[in-house]
Design a protein around this ligand. Sequence first.
Ligand SMILES: CCCCCCCC(=O)SCCNC(=O)CCNC(=O)[C@H](O)C(C)(C)COP(=O)(O)OP(=O)(O)OC[C@H]1O[C@@H](n2cnc3c(N)ncnc32)[C@H](O)[C@@H]1OP(=O)(O)O
Length: 373
Amino acid sequence: MIALNDEQTMVLEMVRRFAREELAQQAPEYDKRGEYPWPQLRKMGELGLLGMNTPEAWGGTGLDAVTWALVMEEIAAADPSVAVIFSVTSGLPQYMLLKFGTDEQKEKYLRPLAEGRWIGAFALTEASAGSDPKGLKSTAERVDGGYRLSGVKSWITSGGQAQLYVIMARAPEGITAFLVPAGAEGLSFGEPEEKMGLHAAHTTEVRMDGVFVPDEDRLGEEGKGLHYALAGLDSGRLGIAAQAVGIARAAFEIARDYADEREQFGRRIREFQGVSFKLAEMATAIEASRLLVLNGAMKKQAGARFTREASMAKLMASRTAVDVTREAVQILGGNGYAVDYRVERYYRDAKITEIYEGTSEIQKIVISRELYR
Ligand SMILES: CCCCCCCC(=O)SCCNC(=O)CCNC(=O)[C@H](O)C(C)(C)COP(=O)(O)OP(=O)(O)OC[C@H]1O[C@@H](n2cnc3c(N)ncnc32)[C@H](O)[C@@H]1OP(=O)(O)O
């Protein structure tokens, strides 16, 4: 691992304690009930974590992207549902506001997000525009003093819970990004989707029925919304990659400890090569994935374009999360399939990392394009 400075070490120790003593304890119950984890998010807000990568001038903690990624891993290792909410609010709306917002927008919307009083959501996907966001159908009709948004967004993390929605819709000049607060008239939400995993992270439709958005709440230029969204996704994908590393690590640690205790045929099962080689492969893939995440985080921190690095990190880390959690279940055998041993939850939670914020196939398109830039 790269050497950390005193501040990074201190933050990580604090987060590890919080993750172990609070998040990990509460995760199984929240997963079972499918309850949105507000108490945990409130606590993270108080600890300054929800805005940790936003500068202090805008209410954040102003920590670097490497610390952000390592904190994401710790949070995900304890509770992957909390991690995705954290990744979206910090990696997408806050990042997009910081990069493309006006000072007035930052004061009005970035500050409450960064101070952890609000949660932010990112609304690009639609039922018929997933991998191909250029095909989105939501409209932004020009009216006196602003726009009226109509359409339905799908698969929105924190839908119905978030206080701010960054919504991409088609205006006369093309796809445009808008800042829409939760109480806006005409904005409503579907029921949380029933999903394979991440039960505590609510995912809903976001419906717009002529929602008025004043000119001052348009993010950046009209027609530039897809560019802003895809730039935002570079940051979001890094967060998801770090989440995937955390999921893989947590499942690996359970399997490693189990293999050290469980005896069959008169021996600890880690003494069988069939098990120890699995553990060696798992540990190696986790470390390689983490290094790709940190590589992307360092590039982001340096202010350079990190599209290629973020997509590589997400491609590799999500594959690692799925492979490692599957092997962890296998090492635990029947116990791996039982809820009490927790690896089945990590296995269920891992799969979505290969799908959301760009499927693995989309990451390969992005990476291959970047090879010829
Ligand atoms: C728990 C369950 C939850 C499920 C949650 C699901 C919700 C989510 O995951 S969120 C969204 C997920 N969606 C995605 O990741 C979208 C995947 N698709 C893509 O990444 C792209 O569409 C991709 C790579 C296929 C390229 O698309 P393409 O249609 O060719 O667009 P392209 O022309 O390259 O780019 C459009 C514009 O963005 C710009 N752009 C492209 N990439 C970037 C970038 N990385 N940074 C900045 N700008 C960019 C382009 O320059 C262009 O700008 P302009 O129009 O101003 O010239």
